[in-house]
Design a protein around this ligand. Structure first.
Ligand code: CAO
Length: 446
C-alpha cells in the first residue's frame, strides 16, 4: 500500500461580518483547479451597506465551489473547498469526498485563520450610492456581475466600469493573474476617447476621413468656442427629441401698418420696433392658451413641469455663432420695454458680454430669420423646452377676397415641437391661434 500523508480538504467559509446576514455573492473570482494564495480575493459580496472583496483565508488549489453568483450567505456559510499544497499528493480514490466537511454553518468549519480579513471596497461611496440608487441598479450590478463572470476584476473596478458603460470583457487586465485594475479601465476609456479625435467623427460614428485637397485647394478654419458648444447641444437636442415642425402663415398687414406708424416716433427715442416684439407678445398669448408648450418634460419622461412664468429665449446671430439670451417675464412688459431689452441683449450677445444668468431659464424660444430672408425652416428645440418658433421674412402676396385679389403681408411661421409632449393636433391649434393673434393687432394691444 502506498504511503501517503492525507491532510483533509479544507473548507473556506464566510467570515464574521459583524452580524450581517443574507449577504449576496455578486462575483466569484476563482474556479475549480485555480491555485490561490492566502489573502487573494476569491469572491465579491454585497450587503445593503457595502460591497467587499473576500480574501482567501488560506492558500491551495480550489477543489469545488459550493456557492454561485446570486446566492446569499451569512457568517460561516461554506463557500468552497480547497486542497492545501500538502493535500495535492496522490490520494486514494475512495477517500476525498469523505474527507470533505459538508457543514455550511458551523464555526468549526471556518478555516485555520482565526480572524479572516474582509476588505470593504470604497464602502463610503458605495453607501452613498446605495442611498441614491434604486433597487434596479442593484439588480443591474448583479446582472452585470453574472454577465462578466469570467472577468477577473474586483467590485470597485466593476462599479467603475458600470458607471462608465465599459464592457470589462474588452479589457486586458494588468494585475496579478490578468486581474483588471482601475488603471486598466481608465486607460481603456482614455484610448477610446482619443480615438474620437482621430479616426472617429465628433458625432461618435465612424466616418471616413477624406483628404479634400485631392479635389482642389482647401483651408482649415477652427470652429469658435460658441460654435463647438452650441453644436454639441444642437446635436443632442436634434437626436434626443422627436421633432415635428408645423408651418403656417400669419396675415400681419394691419400689424405692419401699426408698426410703421409707431416706428418713426420710437426711433427718436432710439428704440427699434421690429415685428419680433409683437411676435413675442403673441407667443405669450398662445402659451397661456396652450400651457403644455410652456413646459419641460421631467427627466424620467413621466410628467410635465408646467411653467407659470413666460421667459422667452431669442436666438441671436453673432460673428462667433448662435447664442440665446432670455427675455424675462414677457407677459408683464409692454412693446417698448421689450424692444429696448431685446436690443440691449442682442447687443451684449454680439459683444460677448452676456452673463450665464441672461442665457438661463427660458421657457420657450423664438428664432427669427425674418431680417434675412427665406420662406420656412425647421428650428431645433432648445432643451429642456418643448417647442420653438421659427420666423421667416414676411412678403406681400395676392389673396382672393370678395371677388378680387388683394395684397396681404404674410409672415411665415415654423413651429417645432417635441412630439412626446405635444400631439400634431395641438401643434396645429397652437400655430393657428398664434397666427390669429398676430393677424388682429387688437389682440396684442389689449
Ligand atoms: N419679416 C420681414 N422683415 C423683418 C422680419 C420679418 N419676419 N423680422 C425683422 N424684419 C426686419 C426688421 O423690421 C428690420 O427692418 P427695419 O429696420 O426696416 O424695421 C430688419 O428686418 C432687421 O431686423 P433685425 O434682425 O435687426 O431685428 P429683429 O428684431 O427682427 O431680430 C435678432 C433681432 C437679434 C433676433 C436678429 O438680429 C438675429 O440675430 N436674428 C438671427 C437669429 C438666428 O440666427 N436664428 C437662427 C438660429 S438657428 O435655429
Amino acid at each position: 500500500m502506498e504511503d501517503v500523508t492525507l491532510a483533509p480538504t479544507k473548507n473556506l467559509t464566510t467570515p464574521d461580518f459583524g452580524g450581517a446576514t443574507d449577504v449576496t455573492i455578486i462575483d466569484i473570482l476563482v474556479k475549480p483547479g485555480d491555485s490561490i494564495e492566502k489573502d487573494m480575493p476569491i469572491m465579491t459580496l454585497e450587503s445593503d451597506k457595502a460591497t467587499m472583496e473576500l480574501p482567501a483565508s488560506e492558500g491551495g488549489v480550489v477543489k469545488e465551489l459550493k456557492v454561485k453568483v446570486g446566492d446569499k450567505v451569512s457568517t460561516g456559510s461554506l463557500l468552497l473547498t480547497i486542497e492545501t499544497k500538502d493535500d495535492q499528493k496522490p490520494q486514494p480514490k475512495s477517500e476525498p469526498e469523505a474527507k470533505t466537511e459538508t457543514s455550511t454553518n458551523t464555526k468549526e468549519s471556518v478555516s485555520t485563520t482565526s480572524k479572516p480579513v474582509v476588505a470593504p471596497i470604497d464602502t463610503k461611496s458605495v453607501q452613498k450610492n446605495k442611498s441614491q440608487e434604486q433597487v434596479s441598479d442593484q439588480t443591474a450590478d448583479l446582472d452585470e456581475a453574472q454577465e462578466n463572470e469570467d472577468v477577473h476584476a474586483g467590485p470597485g473596478v466593476r462599479r467603475l466600469a458600470h458607471e462608465l458603460g465599459v464592457d470589462l470583457n474588452q479589457i486586458q487586465g494588468s494585475g496579478p493573474k490578468d486581474r483588471i485594475l482601475k488603471e486598466d479601465v481608465n486607460q481603456f476609456v482614455k484610448s477610446k476617447l482619443s480615438q474620437v479625435g482621430t479616426n472617429q467623427s465628433a458625432v461618435g460614428f465612424d466616418l471616413p476621413k477624406i483628404d479634400f485637397s485631392k479635389f482642389g485647394e482647401t483651408a482649415t478654419e477652427a470652429l469658435s468656442r460658441i460654435k463647438k458648444l452650441s453644436g454639441k447641444n444642437l446635436q443632442r437636442n436634434w437626436m434626443m427629441i422627436p421633432h415635428v415642425t408645423q408651418f403656417a402663415e400669419a396675415d400681419i398687414t394691419e400689424l405692419e401698418a401699426f408698426r410703421a406708424e409707431q416706428k418713426v416716433a420710437m426711433e427718436k427715442e432710439s428704440v427699434k420696433l421690429t415685428p419680433l416684439v409683437f411676435i413675442m407678445k403673441a407667443v405669450v398669448a398662445a402659451l397661456r392658451e396652450f400651457p403644455q408648450f410652456n413646459a419641460s418634460l421631467e427627466a424620467n419622461g413621466e410628467a410635465l413641469v408646467l411653467k407659470k412664468y413666460f421667459h422667452i429665449g431669442v436666438a441671436v446671430d453673432t460673428p462667433d455663432g448662435l447664442v440665446v439670451p432670455v427675455v424675462r417675464d414677457v407677459d408683464q412688459k409692454g412693446l417698448v420695454t421689450l424692444a429696448k431689452e431685446l436690443s440691449q441683449l442682442s447687443d451684449k450677445a454680439r459683444k460677448k458680454q452676456l452673463t450665464p444668468n441672461e442665457m438661463q431659464g427660458g421657457s420657450f424660444s423664438i428664432s427669427s430669420l425674418g431680417g434675412i430672408g427665406g420662406t420656412a425652416f425647421t428650428p431645433i428645440i432648445n432643451y429642456p423646452e418643448v417647442a420653438i418658433l421659427g420666423v421667416s421674412k414676411s412678403t406681400y402676396r395676392p389673396f382672393y377676397q370678395d371677388g378680387q385679389f388683394v395684397p396681404r403681408l404674410m409672415l411665415p411661421l415654423s413651429l417645432s415641437y417635441d412630439h412626446r409632449v405635444i400631439d400634431g393636433a395641438q401643434g396645429a391649434r397652437f400655430i393657428m391661434y398664434l397666427s390669429q393673434m398676430l393677424s388682429d393687432i387688437r389682440n396684442l394691444l389689449m
